[in-house]
Write a protein that binds this ligand. Structure first.
Ligand code: ARG
Ligand code: ZN
Length: 894
């Protein structure tokens, strides 16, 4: 193991330009499940910009080479190994024709060409193309593709690839063919093909330049009734990118295809986006509100990649956030604009989006940044690039892009985007190029901003305030610092440029008009302070009474704020802050504080179950009853921080103590506010047909939160009745799912009956069956031994390790969604984890590595758990084969 890093690590600073370029590629596929033959004809030339290389190295993995011709003649001066081909003494420009074969039916990695439900699909990002044919499989080599697909017509009536269909017809022996040409040069990671039995929902639209476009959503025939929402989302995304960024769809046709077996969410292959079914298929019976929301976001995300990713791509994989951070930011803005457009209260709808995004950032990225996989938004090194499709690259990357907009304004950001496309359309570029475009378009020096790409770890901003009553001044001192990097990672630190939005709330609950000591008139209520030094003081004048500071409004930077609020100040902000994000944040901080205190008590003594924080309950109760707040916002406030988030905030994570504390507070909130919960439940019904609008979703979120709290109240019978009635009468999955999960939590025969009913009802809907597995894996009833439930479900005929969605539904849901049960003191959870990582390691290394990561924070836990986790990690280390898993375990144990 010690040599793993040295031998296989790729470093960012080792980048060199490709010695050869490939301008065009013609691919000819003879698609057979057991053995697919690929003829690959490429026009190759030396790259005038690169250092001269006497040899030409092509990437290729698990391929059988059949023949190789250079300018039409068999070529023998070649060496093959398991990473590819090396050709010696090649001319400066030549045509290379390589025939090779691969075995889609034996490809369980879901990278390259593989089968799903008996049909052909591809996934090439990041380095899957080399499992299809020999090529320069790197994003800075961009070629024009012409692709011919041949296959049996009955089994695979639909043949798709990137770009435009230029020819198709029948062949002998029951076969047919289709020929596709993509007019845009692209890197190999954007290549795709599909050969399957599918049907499409189609729409024809006219874009703003008057061009006609064909849109298709391809699915299996029985799923056609679940495509409308994806199509609507696609149309909205196209319109939004025109309106907000002036970016138009550049192809005559744009296709989405759903596939059941997929490692990630979706993939932005040029003109042929391939989606995990989970992010395409929705009808009211099978999909929840969250599914509808996610589909809109992911469809938008992949579509937006057409410009941010495809038209301008990454020079190398270290620049991944160039496209992913930017595109996540764009999909977040899209979702926010869509929600706001449909809402009565647009600001509240936006805040709701922001809260959701930040919740995810704080739960996943902040944790990643504090653990052994911590890396900058632009990583410096990797062993397996698939391990770097992370919350840091995606979610922190999106926050970094958002900060440009925060610093430069919407207009300035738009100008930066325009310049970026003007300069780099058709190119493979770096994060620095993006930053430079933002800087130049706004005549602003953004040199310091580079730190956001190069420094790992979550910055802390500690705040000190000083009110001088006599002078009527209020001084705010901001100081930035970092916690020591994990695993003794060597890091260079310099102060970051941090946009820090601040407001001062007067005792009457109103914002003050802010005036700094160098200004002659008061200005806006929210000030965007720019913290660029290690420490800076901002002095506000004409402050008549001591205000309460509202810090980092709308989460203006991805940092952790340290300020000693009193409980009363937090309660005050929760009630009065004009910034809805900070209202929510104040509530969460208050709850976190109470919960962590109780968790510490639960560790030492028995937690006194009647003890709680009455002020907190009253504050939450007022929010719950406040009719001027949207139901969605009230649901956000009343949703307690997750157990994983709380455990991360203990000095030593103790999942059992956290669970006891959180459960206790839930019981307190359930009982103290039970009249309110029942009233809320009754008031927020959504009669009539299901509608996935923000307003209706908010009603359901609050109503189902009420139901969930009531399952922890003393009104068991009444709640059981509500849950059972809701389960029986629901016309949508949000309500039926929430009712089922309430019944499971209440336990007993009704729960069993509902689980049986749910399974039978949805036997032919894999995405609903995934939920059936997940609900059971997440159940937290104290007297249930959930690990045994999971073990039993692993043997259920509907469980298979070959389907990533199913694995995530059962195994990942249990491990990350049920910490108290997973971390049960006997350590059986860790045994299960090790077993499953090793089972997946050979089948699907990418998924195995994701599972492996769920134990990377082992050092954070209390000693008895830590020791058992350590053993489990050692077990995996002893047998893991894939470099994906080995990289994770190696870093975890460093
Ligand atoms: N680019 C895809 C996206 O939209 C993710 C593809 C990741 N695939 C992988 N094998 N790592 O985010
Ligand atoms: Zn993406």
């Amino acid at each position: 193991m010690p040599n793993l890093a040295a031998a296989n690590t790729i470093y960012r600073t080792d980048y060199t330009s490709p010695p050869f370029l490939i301008d065009t590629i013609e691919l000819d596929f003879e698609l057979e499940p057991q053995r697919t033959t690929v003829i690959n004809k490429m026009q190759v030339r030396r790259n005038p910009e690169a250092k001269y290389s006497p040899k030409f190295q092509l990437d290729g993995e698990v391929l059988q080479l059949i023949s190789l011709h250079l300018d039409g003649m068999p070529y023998k001066n070649v060496q093959i190994d398991e990473t590819g081909l090396t050709l010696y003494e090649v001319p400066d420009a030549f045509e290379l024709t390589i025939t090779s074969a691969c075995e889609p039916a034996n490809n369980t990695s879901l990278m390259g060409l593989y089968l799903s439900n008996g049909h052909f699909f591809t996934q090439c990002e990041a380095q899957g193309f080399r499992k299809i044919t020999y090529f320069l499989d790197r994003p800075d080599v961009m070629a024009r593709y012409t692709v011919t697909l041949r296959a049996n017509k009955t089994a695979y009536p639909i043949l798709l690839s990137n770009g435009n269909l230029i020819e198709s017809g029948d062949l002998a022996d029951g076969k047919h063919y289709a020929k596709w040409h993509d007019p845009f040069a692209k890197p190999s990671y954007l290549f795709a093909l599909v050969a399957a039995q599918l049907v499409a929902l189609e729409e024809r639209i006219t874009t703003r330049s008057g061009a006609q476009k064909l849109l298709q959503v391809w699915v299996e025939a029985h799923d056609l009734d679940k495509t409308r929402h994806a199509m609507d989302s696609l149309i909205h995304a196209i319109q939004w990118d025109e309106a907000r960024f002036g970016l138009e769809l550049d192809l005559e046709r744009f296709m989405l295809v759903a596939v059941s077996d997929f490692n990630m969410g979706a993939m932005e292959n040029k003109g042929l986006n391939i989606f995990n079914t989970q992010y395409v298929l929705a009808n009211p019976q099978t999909a929840t509100d969250i599914d509808y929301t996610n589909i809109e976001a992911v469809v938008g995300h992949e579509y937006f990649h057409n410009w941010t990713g495809n038209r301008v791509t990454c020079r190398d994989w270290f620049q991944l956030s160039l496209k992913e951070g930017l595109t996540v930011f764009r999909d977040q803005e899209f979702s926010a604009d869509m929600a706001a457009a449909d809402a009565v209260n647009a600001a509240a709808a936006r805040a709701n989006q922001r809260i959701e995004n930040v919740r995810i950032l704080q739960q996943t990225q902040f944790t990643e940044d504090a653990g052994p996989m911590a890396h900058p938004v632009r990583p410096e090194s990797y062993v397996e690039i698939n391990n770097f499709y992370t919350a840091t690259v995606y979610e922190k990357g999106a926050e970094v892009v958002r900060m440009y907009q925060t610093l430069l304004g919407r207009e300035g950001f738009r100008q930066g985007m325009d310049l970026y496309f003007q300069r780099h359309d058709g190119q493979a570029v770096t994060c620095d190029d993006f930053r430079q475009a933002m800087a130049d378009a706004n005549q602003r020096d953004l040199t310091q901003f580079e730190g956001w790409y190069s420094q790992l770890g979550t910055p802390y901003v500690s705040v000190r305030t000083r009110y001088d009553e006599a002078a009527q001044t209020y001084a705010v001192t901001l100081a930035q610092h970092h916690k020591p990097a994990p695993n003794a990672l060597q890091v260079v630190r310099a102060p970051l440029l941090i946009p820090f939005a601040l407001g001062l709330v007067d005792t009457n609950g109103q914002d003050l008009a802010l005036q700094l000591d160098n200004e002659n008139a008061p200005g806006a209520a929210t000030r965007m302070l720019e913290l660029s030094a290690a420490e800076q003081t901002f002095c506000f004048i004409n402050v008549r009474r001591r205000p309460v500071p509202s810090l980092l409004r709308d989460f203006s930077a991805p940092v952790i704020v340290e300020y000693d609020y009193t409980d009363d100040e937090l309660i005050f902000l929760l009630a009065h802050d004009s910034d809805p994000f900070n209202r929510w944040a104040a509530g969460q901080q208050l709850a976190t504080r109470t919960l962590l205190t109780h968790a510490r008590q639960a560790e030492n003594t028995q937690l006194n179950t009647h003890e709680t924080n009455p002020a907190l309950i009253e504050a939450f109760g007022s929010v719950l009853r406040n009719p001027t707040l949207t139901p969605a916002f009230r649901a956000q406030v009343l949703t307690l921080p997750t157990e994983a988030y709380l455990a991360e905030h203990m000095d030593e994570a103790n999942p059992a103590a956290v669970h006891a504390a959180r459960q206790n507070l839930r019981v307190q909130l359930a009982n103290a506010l039970s009249d309110d919960w029942f009233a809320i439940y009754a008031q927020h019904q959504t009669p009539g047909p299901y509608q996935p609008t923000p307003a209706a979703m908010g009603q359901r979120a609050l109503k189902n939160l009420a139901l969930s709290y009531l399952t922890d109240s003393e009104h068991t019978e009444r709640t059981l009745h509500l849950a059972q009635t809701q389960y029986d009468t629901a016309n949508n999955m949000s309500d039926r799912g929430a009712a089922l999960s309430a019944l499971i939590h209440l336990g007993g025969e009704l729960a069993q009956a509902a689980l049986t009913d749910f399974y039978q009802r949805f036997e032919n809907e894999p995405l609903a069956i995934d939920k059936w597995f997940a609900f059971q894996a997440r159940q937290t009833r104290a007297e249930m031994d959930v690990i045994n439930v999971v073990r039993t479900l692993l043997r259920h005929p509907a469980f298979t390790s070959k389907n990533p969605n199913r694995v995530r539904a059962l195994i990942f849901s249990f491990i990350s969604g049920n910490p108290a049960q997973f971390h049960a003191p006997h350590g059986a959870g860790y045994t299960l984890w090790a077993e499953q990582v090793l089972a997946l390691d050979t089948l699907n290394p990418q998924l195995a590595a994701r599972l492996a990561r769920l134990l990377e924070r082992w050092r954070k836990f209390i000693p008895p758990l830590r020791e058992q986790m350590h053993k489990a990690l050692e077990t995996v280390l002893a047998s893991a084969q894939s470099k994906d898993v080995r990289e994770i375990i190696h870093k975890a144990l460093l």
